[in-house]
Design a protein around this ligand. Sequence first.
Ligand code: GLU
Ligand code: MG
Length: 440
Amino acid sequence: MTVATRPLTGIVTTDLAAVTRGRWVPTDRFEETLATGIGWLPANLSLTPFGTIASPNPWGSTGDLRVLPDPDARYRTSATGAETPFDIVMGDIAALDGTPWPCCPRTLLKEAMAALSETTGLSLRVAVEQEFQLFGASFPPAHPLSVAGLRRADPFAPRLAAALEEAGVEPEVLIAEFGTDQFEVTCAPASALVAADRAIAIREITRETARMLGWHASFAPKTAPDAVGNGVHIHFSLVDGEGRAVGYDPAAPAGLSRIAAGFCAGILRHLPALTMLSAPSLSSYYRLRPNHWSASWTWLADRDREASLRICPVTTAGGRDPAPQYNIEYRAADATANPYVALAAIIRAGLAGLAEELPPSPIIGEHPEALDPARREALGLRRLPETLEEAMAALEADSVARGWFSPDFIETWLGVRRAELERLDGEPPEEVCRLFRDLY
Ligand code: GLU
Ligand code: MG
C-alpha cells in the first residue's frame, strides 16, 4: 500500500537564537502565499534556544505580523534521503500592511547593505564557511583531514554534496576537519544576503542529511569543553558598482587596499560589541580563546588563523588573477548567531570605518599574547570579551553599535541572552556544551 504525501513548503525566518522557524503550506499552494505570507507574532523574536520566551520582553502577548516569502531565496532538494523534498523559503517579517518590520533580521541586513552601497557605491561578496560535528554514528577513529575521516561516513558526504548542489547553495569543498568527527562545508561567494540565506540552508540541509542516517550534525561552537571548536568563518571582499574587486592593492601592505583597510578598521574598532552579535551564546566564549584558531583579540593579520580578521591567501597558480580572490575572514562568529544580524553588524561597522576615514589598523605578525601589555596598548589591541556577560557589557557600552539597531531589537537581543544566563546559571561547562551540542 502506498501512503499519500502532500509535500510542504516552509516559509521561514531565523530568530535571535539562530533557530530557523516557520509555518508550512502545501507546496502546490505556495504561489498563493507570495503576496501575504504566513502569520507570525512579535514575541517569537524573544524565543530562547531552550524553547521559552524571554521575559520581560518588549512584546507581551499582543500583536500580529506576517512573514513574506522571498521566492528568490527558496532552497529545495530531494537528495537529503528524506521521504519528501526539503523545501524552505526565507522570508522577511512584515507588518500586517506588508511594510518591513524594523526588528526583522533579514530586513536589517538588507538595510545595512543598502546603507553601504548608497554611501560608498560598494557592496560585499560573502562566503560563509561552517564547521560541524556528527554525533551518534560510532565511527571507527580516523586521523584529522584523512581519507578515512570522510569515507567512513559514506554516504553522508556525497549525499550532502548532492543535496547542497540541488538546493543551489553552490557548495565548493567538503572536508573531514581537524576535530573528532568534525566536518566543514564551504560554498561560493555571493551577495551578503544570499550568503546568509545559504548559511541557514546549509545548516538545515546538513542536519537533515545526518538525521536521515540516524545521526545528529551539531554546529554548536563547543560540543565539549575540550573539543575542537566549530567556527562560522565569514569571508568577505569589497566590490564596486560594476562588481570589480576593490579590496586588493598589490602595492599595499599584505595587499590590503586603502578602502578595505578602512572597512577593517571599523570592524576592529567595534569588534568587542560585534562579538556579542556574532558569537552570542554562553558556549561561544568557550571557543573564543587564544591558541584555538578562533578569535581572541582585536587583531588583523596576514594569513594567521589566530587573528580575528585574517587576510586570506590568494593563488597565482595557473596564472590566476589575485584581485577577485582576495578576501578577509571574520573568525569571531559561530552558529549560535543569526547570520543576518552578524553580517548587518559587520557591514555597519565597516561602513563606520569608511565614513570616518579611520586610518588603517596595523597588520600584526606576532600573537598579541606574546606581546607585552604596553606594546599591545600601543598597537590598539584589545582582548575580546571572555564571557557572555562581558560581551553583553561591550554591546551596552558601544552606543554606536547599539544605534545600528532599534532599541526594541537591542532589548530583545539582550533579553534572550539574559534568559540564557538564567537557564544555565550554575551549570558546569560540560553540561552547557552538552545542551548546545543537542540544540544546534
Ligand atoms: N575550528 C576552528 C574554529 O573554531 C577553525 C579551524 C580552521 O581554521 O579551519 O574556528
Ligand atoms: Mg575549518
